[in-house]
Design a protein around this ligand. Structure first.
Ligand code: PEP
Length: 267
């Protein structure tokens, strides 16, 4: 194990004891009327969120409006993507400081849809991950195996490789807050969640890899989210697992009742 001297680590622990982190990923779904109805409903319910931290990740075009609606509520805003440069000739891209300017505190990095449909590899994801943290944005690093990798028993090795490819101990001095989302590709948008036991087994493994990199104390404080067909009916069982510290929610995050039921399971 690589035991790093604590002084060299600048992680601000997020504290598992502080409650679940529940993140809604709207993907490419947004319209002004539907977004405001949803956000107003979330904001109204937020007094009952208890210890849960709730984040919504609208598409870029809807972030500024969402920030306005959520101002004064405890709900945070996340983005679904970010570029690593601060500014310049990068047509179509959005920088971390631009996200900060519209109220973004979190960003999803390495969602499987970006890995598979947009060719985002470890080198790109690593740049995004560190650029977000350098700007004070908490990256949520997504990892997960494909169906065939699971069928071949490769899931632990695949996910560990994805994690180690981005979490580079050589860059330790640049670390701030981050979270990790285990999202098996076969569970995303399919209605077929991993079982609570499958998810817990993987989260335990991820925690031990993080402990190998950072030491036990910091590994305990890093939030590990599960994502993949989380719903109001399976959230409580998932959240009851020792190493599941929250959820990254896709489809259900656009349905007020369903999302609020997930949040209620995490309070
Ligand atoms: C996701 O997009 O990150 C996701 C987990 O989607 P869903 O909840 O729809 O499976």
């Amino acid at each position: 194990m690589l035991a790093l001297p604590l002084k060299a680590v600048s992680i601000v622990p997020m504290g598992i004891g502080k409650g679940k982190l529940i993140v809604g990923n709207w993907k490419m779904n947004s319209s002004p009327a539907a977004d405001s109805a949803l956000l107003e409903c979330f904001a109204k319910s937020s007094a009952s969120f208890g210890t849960a931290t709730v984040v919504v990740c609208p598409p870029f075009t809807a972030i500024a409006a969402a920030s306005k609606i959520l101002a004064g509520s405890p709900i945070s805003i996340g983005a679904q993507n970010v570029h690593w440069e601060a500014s310049g000739p990068f047509t179509g891209e959005i920088s971390p400081s631009m996200l900060r300017d519209v109220g973004v505190d979190y960003v999803i990095v390495g969602h499987s849809e970006r890995r598979s449909a947009f060719g985002e590899n470890d080198a790109i994801l690593s740049k995004k991950f560190y650029a977000a943290m350098a700007s004070g944005i908490t990256p949520i690093l997504c990892l997960g195996e494909s169906q065939s990798e699971r069928e071949n028993g490769l899931q632990s090795a695949v996910v560990e490789r994805q994690l180690r490819a981005v979490i580079d101990p050589q860059k330790i001095e640049h670390f701030g807050n981050f979270a990790v989302a285990y999202e098996p590709v076969w569970a995303i948008g399919t209605g077929k969640s991993a079982t609570a036991e499958e998810a817990q087994t993987m989260h335990r493994h991820l925690r031990s890899v993080l402990a190998d990199i950072f030491g036990e104390k910091f590994a305990e404080d890093i939030r590990l989210l599960y994502g993949g067909s989380v719903s109001g009916s399976n959230a409580a069982e998932l959240f009851a697992q020792k190493d599941i510290d929250g959820a990254l929610v896709g489809g259900a995050s656009r349905k007020a009742d369903e999302f609020l039921a997930i949040v209620a399971s995490g309070t």
